[in-house]
Design a protein around this ligand. Structure first.
Ligand code: NAG
Ligand code: NAG
Ligand code: NAG
Ligand code: NAG
Ligand code: NAG
Ligand code: NAG
Ligand code: NAG
Ligand code: NAG
Length: 282
């Protein structure tokens, strides 16, 4: 409930201009610019939420503190958004591609919710951590505990869903694999003076700061590489991804669906993170 409101606010903050921000610059495929399928799906999801929110007069009036001028302005934007949404919805190919992409994004959102609830409950059971976090304010601690208690049933339901937990476990592993690749890249770079000078444009202080961190990265990387289960899984995932990319490239020379998905769910995750950050502030 609170999460939904925050999500809507985040979308509104991102502006209602979704209705007119489709001056795409070709098929870049990334989610920032361009008019990739992933971006169009994100735009549609945004438009749907705006339309839905705009249809609730109570919610709109509350949002704009009953300021009729502001409400009328907003309603105009909602109408434009709705027109745009209808036009996009008329494209059956797009609608069907988005259904697939949205389903995966939604599932990733569920993984995020599950992880968040797990962390919250772990925290609620750790008095030391609570006292630090809330600076010994018992009112705040009690409120947090009550909130965690309320998340228990939801969490149990999610944890009891084997489809979801196995999907999330794959996501976690993928994330670890990506992290390993990044640590490797940074560790290599810390040893490459030429690359460092170029990256930091010769700023020696920055070069040194980067190098100072590399010992920590290397330790972390070694620990991860010592996990043979993880290493094997990453290898398998990389092969599968390369295969996917090749197939897609062979088919139409465009970005693979998997890559589009990655980009799109990144956006969803970002939006979700905004909402979660909001609830964390209590
Ligand atoms: C409209 O918004 C109000 C306040 O946010 C909410 O209580 C109500 O359930 C919403 N109505 C519908 C039909 O979604
Ligand atoms: C109502 O909203 C309009 C447009 O956003 C704004 O210009 C005006 O100052 C607001 N009026 C009040 C009383 O807040
Ligand atoms: C429908 O959407 C697909 C996917 O974005 C796109 O390739 C196609 O050109 C669109 N068709 C029309 C008629 O706009
Ligand atoms: C509780 O939190 C503290 C501080 O964050 C941490 O050091 C400790 O390991 C946690 N205890 C348990 C049982 O998780
Ligand atoms: C503890 O938190 C509550 C709720 O946020 C606040 O009203 C109260 O002033 C705080 N107490 C202290 C001692 O800071
Ligand atoms: C289990 O999770 C999957 C993926 O999120 C979802 O499609 C399915 O409806 C869930 N099943 C139940 C019983 O909630
Ligand atoms: C160091 O970085 C430069 C520039 O990125 C690259 O051309 C070179 O191959 C790297 N050297 C090593 C040993 O990796
Ligand atoms: C090794 O990685 C696997 C897969 O990510 C994980 O489930 C397991 O807990 C890890 N083992 C150790 C010792 O960290």
């Amino acid at each position: 409930m609170q999460l939904t409101n925050l999500f809507v606010s985040a979308l509104l903050a991102m502006s209602v201009s979704a209705a007119d921000d489709n001056k795409g610059d070709g098929n870049k495929g990334d989610h920032k610019g361009g008019n990739s399928v992933g971006k169009q799906c994100f735009q549609m999801a945004k438009l749907e939420m705006i339309t839905k929110f705009g249809a609730n007069d109570t919610a709109v009036a509350a949002k704009f503190h009953n300021n009729q001028t502001a409400i009328d302005d907003f309603k105009k934007k909602v109408a434009a958004s709705d027109t745009k949404l209808k036009a996009m919805s008329a494209n059956a190919t797009l609608v069907s591609e988005c259904a697939t992409i949205n389903a995966e994004a939604r599932e990733k959102g569920e993984c995020g919710k599950m992880k968040f609830a797990e962390k919250m409950l772990a925290m609620a059971g750790n008095d030391t951590a609570l006292q630090t976090k809330f600076k010994n304010n018992q009112t705040k601690i009690d409120a947090f505990k009550a909130k965690a208690e309320g998340a228990k049933a939801d969490l149990a339901a999610m944890q009891g869903n084997a489809t979801l937990t196995s999907f999330c476990s794959v996501q976690t592993t993928k994330h670890e694999c990506r992290k390993m690749a990044m640590l490797q890249k940074q560790t290599d770079m810390a040893k490459n003076q030429t690359a460092l000078e170029a990256k930091f444009k010769g700023d020696e202080a920055k070069v040194k700061a980067f190098q100072d961190k590399s010992a920590k990265w290397e330790t972390e990387l070694k620990a991860m590489m010592g996990n043979s289960t993880l290493m094997d899984t990453c290898k398998t995932l990389n092969q599968a991804q390369a295969q996917n990319t090749n197939n897609a490239a062979a088919k139409d020379g465009k970005k693979s669906a998997a890559q589009t998905l990655e980009a799109f769910s990144g956006l969803i995750t970002a939006a979700f993170a905004v909402a979660v950050a909001g609830t964390l502030m209590l």
